[in-house]
Design a protein around this ligand. Structure first.
Ligand code: SF4
Ligand SMILES: [Zn+2]
Ligand SMILES: [Zn+2]
Length: 308
């Protein structure tokens, strides 16, 4: 039996970056400390905040909901609501919507399910059949649109997402490798923009594996299925590279994150916040005249007109 390096009890995890085994109690303590550290470091949660949790029902967002409720649910000066976007992906989304309903009911968190079908007249599956763009393009644009709109309409001041250290580091490196520094700048935490609910990522300091272990140790419902449209060839290469790099040189994911953080002041200078306009069609914030969601929707509707 492998033992906890701190207390000698049965270990539940080996933290390669720290070269130590931890028991359930010490691992949970450490995990929650990292989450609180990230939250404090970027002032993610402030007095009076109403926080919308983007709850897809996948492992990261379910664990995020549980942890935020555990660490901050007792605070009278904070409010939490959960928003689940149902894109309409047959076979994949319904079970996670069920999980989202279950966990919010158990924790007593107000929950809103918002669907593509109700808001745009078609599911993602239907969009994919009609349109020529990649599924993730429709999904990403419309999901972000609905999350922001719903959170704002509910009076939320923050929108929490379940992105973990692995997700963030992959995106950072991917943007570097593709020379897309403008996109890199979008990862700067705490960007205030008119009409956009500020996004926070409380899991940015914890490994993906740790999120899974934390969730399993707490008996949280975990749907580990992959979206049928999930196809990220370039990101997969970057992910595998980081995985191998971390295996050989533990702790490098943190190094990549720290390098990015050191660049934040320069990125802020290079890419100052631009004033956003209100979309001419729907009124949502956009750097252009018409928002991307309205552009895509118009394309899809015109194709639908031609096919019907
Ligand atoms: S992988 Fe699936 S859920 Fe994720 S953005 Fe693409 S279509 Fe949407
Ligand atoms: Zn221990
Ligand atoms: Zn619009």
């Amino acid at each position: 039996m492998l033992k906890c390096d701190l207390c000698g009890r049965r270990a539940v995890i080996y933290q390669r970056f720290a070269n130590r085994h931890l028991c359930k109690r010490h691992f949970v303590e450490h995990f929650e400390r990292r989450v609180k550290y990230a939250i404090k470091k970027f002032n993610m949660i402030e007095k009076g905040d109403k926080i919308a949790i983007a709850l897809s029902g996948g492992k990261d967002s379910v664990t995020l909901t549980y942890v935020l409720h555990k660490l901050y649910g007792h605070r009278n000066d904070l409010e939490f609501v959960a928003i689940t976007i149902d894109e309409g992906i047959e076979g994949y989304r319904p079970p996670t919507v069920k999980i989202a309903k279950k966990i919010t009911k158990e924790l007593g968190i107000e929950h809103h399910v918002v669907s593509f079908k109700d808001n745009f007249g078609m599911t993602l599956d239907e969009m994919v059949k009609i349109g020529e763009k990649k599924p993730c393009t429709y999904c990403g644009v419309f999901r972000k649109y609905l999350l922001n709109k719903t959170a704002r309409e509910l009076g939320c001041t923050k929108l929490a997402t379940g992105h973990n250290l692995d997700d963030e580091v992959q995106t950072i490196l991917l943007n570097f490798l593709q020379g897309d520094i403008a996109r890199l700048a979008r990862l700067i935490p705490q960007r205030v923009q008119e009409g956009l609910v500020m996004r926070i990522k409380p899991f940015r300091e914890v490994y993906e594996k740790e999120v899974v272990v934390y969730g399993l140790l707490h008996g949280l419902p975990m749907d580990l299925n992959e979206c049928p449209y999930s196809h990220f060839p370039v990101r997969d290469v970057v992910r595998d590279f980081i995985y191998n790099f971390e295996e050989k040189y533990p702790g490098r994911k943190f190094s990549i994150m720290r390098s990015f953080e050191a660049l934040i002041p320069c990125l802020k200078q290079m890419f100052p916040q631009i004033e956003l306009n209100k979309c001419e069609r729907c009124g949502e914030p956009t750097p252009k005249k018409v928002c991307q969601a309205c552009v895509l929707l118009e394309e899809l509707r015109s194709k639908l007109g031609k096919t019907s």
